[in-house]
Design a protein around this ligand. Structure first.
Ligand SMILES: [Zn+2]
Length: 422
């Protein structure tokens, strides 16, 4: 008989075969042929558990196990199974498989849940597939922030819009039907590999997420004039000198805001980027991370950046531009996504009971859970990533035993959340 760890390994190894790049990691893009194969496998496994399986208007798969309370809000758990190009076999798949394993155990134990339970299987989490800020599609559909406008405009590497890709996949996209009523989801719980080195280095088995930092992204442009390296200093319009002044002042102003926010210009592209010529044009990318909601309410970051650019533009006589890279219907930067603290405490007790070491942890970026925190009580469980936490590459690795331990914690939490409070 297969152990829980064996079953998790089998599921993950099977999913890993649904790749467009055999021998070069897992490439399972949203709405691709490999997506269809993985979906069919997962549905087949879910059918064995006598779940009520249904799909919403963007292709999210749900496996519902009714509870004694018929119309009560649902306890939902799961993750995504799509991947980046030449990604790894774990990322979202680990959480999807862990959630499937939890459903299997509930079936085997003939567990009596009061609240209905739903296994959620998502296929469009990766932002890289259709470009920045286009990921976490399935969860945005549920909370009602996904727009038809996005589906019609963003394109994948084959030049297909998201809508075209969905139609080719066999969907009739219907955003209205995806939207969940406020209050209709009691909990959303996701297990994910850490995608960072913290748990592995500390040799800790379980990460309990308190919050995921909010994020803001911007592009800045400096339009100078190129000239030969002999051009007199007084006549120059050096775009890099202006950009450098911006970087210094931006750093100072972010520091002055205190520990609730970080920010930097992490990327600069210089044209012509030559030792012989005065830089004509510089494009920079800003990333801001927030750790307290208040900071997004008390600080207008767009204005802060614009003011520095205006000052730089005036001082150096160089036109500057600011462009926001934002998710439609979300502020930029977003505030942090805060997990349910009471359930974090519950999971600490669960870990103690199971004899698993744990750490409260706040690293990581975009997950579907991030979208769900404003909609319902949300929690995340991390399991350790090996190889220094590398992810989105073939070297991505999490031990099957680690995923099993995470699934144990998920199982205990789901059992607790599924029971009507006395
Ligand atoms: Zn993921």
């Amino acid at each position: 008989m297969l152990t829980r760890t064996d079953r998790i390994q089998k599921d993950l190894e099977t999913l890993a075969t649904y790749t467009a790049t055999p021998g070069h990691g897992v490439t399972r893009s949203s709405y691709s042929k490999e997506d269809t194969m993985a979906k069919e496998y997962l549905i087949h496994e879910m059918e064995k558990l006598h779940l009520n399986i249904y799909q919403d208007g963007v292709g999210t798969i749900f496996g519902r196990r009714e509870g004694s309370q018929k119309d009560a809000p649902v306890v939902m758990f799961g993750s995504h199974y799509d991947s980046v190009v030449n990604g790894g076999a774990f990322d979202g798949a680990a959480g999807t498989v862990a959630a499937l394993e939890v459903m299997r155990i509930l079936t085997e134990e003939n567990f009596q849940n009061d609240y209905p339970l739903e296994l959620i299987v998502m296929n469009a989490e990766e932002g890289a597939t259709f470009g920045p800020s286009t990921g976490v599609t399935n969860s945005r559909a549920m909370v009602g922030t996904l727009t038809m406008d996005e589906l019609k405009t963003v394109k994948n590497r084959f030049g297909q819009t998201k809508l075209e890709a969905m139609v080719a996949y066999g969907l009739k996209p219907d955003l209205e039907s995806c939207i969940r009523k406020p209050g209709s989801i009691k909990n959303f719980v996701e297990l994910h590999v850490e995608q960072g080195p913290v748990l592995d280095q500390a040799q800790v088995e379980i990460g309990l997420i308190q919050y995921l930092a909010g994020i803001g992204r911007y592009t800045i442009r400096f339009h100078g004039q190129t000239a030969d390296s002999t051009a007199p200093m007084s006549t120059r319009k050096d775009a890099l000198v202006a950009a450098a002044a911006f970087v210094k002042e931006f750093d100072a102003q972010i520091k002055a805001l205190g520990p609730d926010v970080t920010g930097m210009v992490g990327k600069l592209d210089i044209t012509p980027n030559s030792n012989q010529f005065v830089p004509e044009y510089v494009e920079g990318k800003i990333e801001i991370r927030t750790f307290q909601k208040e900071i997004t309410e008390t600080t207008d970051f767009h204005q802060l950046i614009q003011n520095i650019l205006d000052e730089v533009s005036y001082t150096y006589g160089i036109p500057c531009e600011l462009e926001e890279i934002r998710r439609i219907r979300y502020p930029n930067p977003t505030g942090p996504s805060v997990m349910n603290a009471e359930n974090v405490e519950k999971m600490k007790s669960i870990c103690d009971h199971l004899g698993y070491s744990y750490l409260e942890i706040n690293n990581g970026t975009g997950h579907d859970s991030m979208i769900m925190t404003d909609f319902c009580d949300t929690n995340m469980i991390y399991v350790p990533s090996r190889n220094h936490g590398v992810s989105h590459c073939p070297e991505e690795w999490t031990d099957y035993e680690s995923i099993k331990k995470g699934a144990d914690v998920l199982l205990c939490l789901i059992k607790d959340l599924a029971k009507k409070e006395k």
